[in-house]
Ligand binder design. Structure first.
Ligand SMILES: Nc1ncnc2c1ncn2[C@@H]1O[C@H](COP(=O)(O)OP(=O)(O)OP(=O)(O)O)[C@@H](O)[C@H]1O
Length: 489
């Protein structure tokens, strides 16, 4: 297919894309990198023509592409599919959500071809999850299903917005090889926010800056481009601003050791054990990184701390000096925890304003139901300014791009300066600058012990110098599921 985007100007309530003239020749695959601004989502909507005139305005020409010839993979698509499936499963059940839509069903629905579905599940390492409900998958598992689902449509053109987000190291490697193979028969547009995610087999790179298609170059020109160094310097300044803001509102709630302790932790569902025999003690001031492959139970473990996992009461847990299940109030515990995760992002479905999302962090609520103090509004406003989102203060959360929503949820978690800051793959959906900014800020928060970090990321480059304690899930050869190994760097 030859695709041409010309004189194109497109705006949602929070992002603009501006393309003078971009020609994608037949058989070409492109990489897209945006220094600042979430262009992937808008490009995806434009190329798939999912244009809602109420939320998107555009002028210019998109030539050579029809909705039937393109499939899109994005974090927003994944979120929307999950919401639709939860709703459908709910409406088909007797008053409680009964997850029925399986991984096989999600992929099969796109092609109605048994053999192709099995082949795709095998290629994306999903065969063992074939009968699992889609709604119960881990982040990385869900991501791979979205890819299988897009390929199942058998369209000639794929738009993959952050296809590597949430994948562990091994699956990132196999995905690169898989996409390279796929690019022999399909055209692919891969949008990445990490320079290391730009696949080697890509020949052309389009670089966007503040939504404008700035430079088109070959992959080898991209490899030597100075933009990454420039961005790194810029992000450093913003992170210092965050630190200054937090330092001003410093407080010090300290609990006796251990802050958290799990003895012989085990989580299992009727058909499988996720992990067992896990012993983990978190002492004051020690930052931890939780490691392990997709599906090993990292989010589950953090859910035991946060208190939103149903099996937190069947486990032997001490938190902030209380035995879990001894009549402690869940709100009393949540008061001392800030949380960012894909699950929370999914739950944050209320439509309050960007400012209110940050303020809601003071109340641990999803949405804002109390009248905030002038001081709280002022701190939240400062956060918006640092995140370059001051102009979006009144914009409804749901109208923002995924990455902007994620930045707000990060600010929401940090704003009250919790004792424990749980960051479960916090960078998903952030552009390059956003990720750098947050990573630097977290490093500073950890260094100054403004909060104690529990951190999950699949990328080596996300490692924080201040984190020297690790709990890593490894496959247990002698029994089902994973066990945990604790180590110090
Ligand atoms: N209700 C459930 N029934 C059965 N299995 C479940 C249920 N909920 C979650 N799981 C499974 O538990 C496993 C652990 O999920 P979890 O989200 O903790 O993994 P993770 O290590 O955080 O993975 P990722 O790196 O992909 O985010 C996954 O294989 C998931 O499919």
């Amino acid at each position: 297919m030859k695709i041409r985007l010309t004189q194109l100007q497109c705006s949602s309530s929070s992002v603009t894309v501006d393309i003078n003239d971009w020609v994608i020749e037949p058989q070409q695959s492109w990489g897209v990198f945006s220094t600042e601004g979430d262009v992937g989502a808008l490009l995806g909507q434009l190329l798939t023509q999912q244009i809602d005139a109420q939320t998107l305005t555009y002028s210019g020409d998109i030539i050579g592409v029809t909705p039937a010839s393109v499939a899109l993979v994005s974090l927003l698509e994944q979120q929307s599919l999950l919401e639709a499936i939860l709703e459908q499963d709910d409406s088909e059940s007797l008053g409680y959500t009964d997850p029925k839509t399986t991984v096989f069903g999600v992929v099969f629905n796109q092609c109605h071809d048994n053999d192709l579905t099995h082949q795709l599940l095998q290629q994306l390492d999903l065969t063992h999850l074939s009968l699992s409900p889609f709604a119960q998958l881990s982040t990385g598992e869900g991501r791979r299903v979205m890819l299988a689902r897009a390929v199942a449509t058998q369209v000639p053109f794929l738009v993959l917005d952050e296809p590597y987000a949430g994948l562990d190291v091994a699956h990132r490697q196999t995905l690169t090889e898989y996409l390279q193979q796929l690019s022999q028969t399909k055209q692919i547009l891969v949008v990445v926010s990490r320079e290391e995610d730009m696949p080697d087999w890509i020949e052309h790179v389009a670089m966007f800056s503040h939504g404008k298609l700035d430079t088109m170059m070959t992959k080898s020109q991209w490899d030597n481009h100075p933009v990454i160094a420039q961005l790194t310097a810029q992000a450093g300044q913003q992170s210092d601003d965050i630190l200054a803001l937090i330092r001003r509102h410093r407080h010090k709630p300290l609990f006796a050791n251990p802050v958290f302790q799990l003895n012989n932790g085990r989580v299992a569902y009727s058909d499988k054990v996720i992990f067992s025999g896990v012993n983990w003690r978190i002492d004051n001031g020690v930052h931890w990184q939780v490691k392990g492959p997709n599906g090993c139970g990292k989010s589950t473990l953090l859910g035991l701390i946060f208190g939103d996992h149903p099996q937190c009461y069947s486990n032997d847990i001490d938190i902030f000096g209380n035995k879990r299940g001894s009549g402690e109030s869940i709100w009393e515990i949540k008061k001392h925890i800030g949380m960012v995760s894909s699950a929370l992002h999914l739950q944050y479905r209320v439509n309050c304003s960007a400012l209110d999302v940050i303020v809601s962090g003071f109340y641990d609520s999803i949405g804002l139901y109390q009248k905030p103090t002038a001081q709280q509004i002022s701190v939240a406003t400062e956060w918006l300014a640092i995140l370059h989102m001051g102009h979006l203060s009144k914009t409804a959360f749901r109208q923002l791009e995924y990455g902007q929503q994620r930045l707000l949820l990060i600010a929401r978690a940090i704003v009250k300066q919790p004792t424990l800051l749980i960051l479960d793959e916090p960078y998903q959906g952030l552009d390059y600058l956003g990720r750098r900014l947050i990573k630097n800020a977290l490093e500073l928060i950890a260094k100054e012990h403004l909060s104690q970090l529990l951190y999950v990321s699949h990328y080596q480059e996300d490692s924080l110098d201040s984190i020297q304690h690790y709990i890593e899930f490894v496959k247990d050869e002698n029994q089902d599921g994973y066990r945990a190994v604790v180590s110090q760097g």
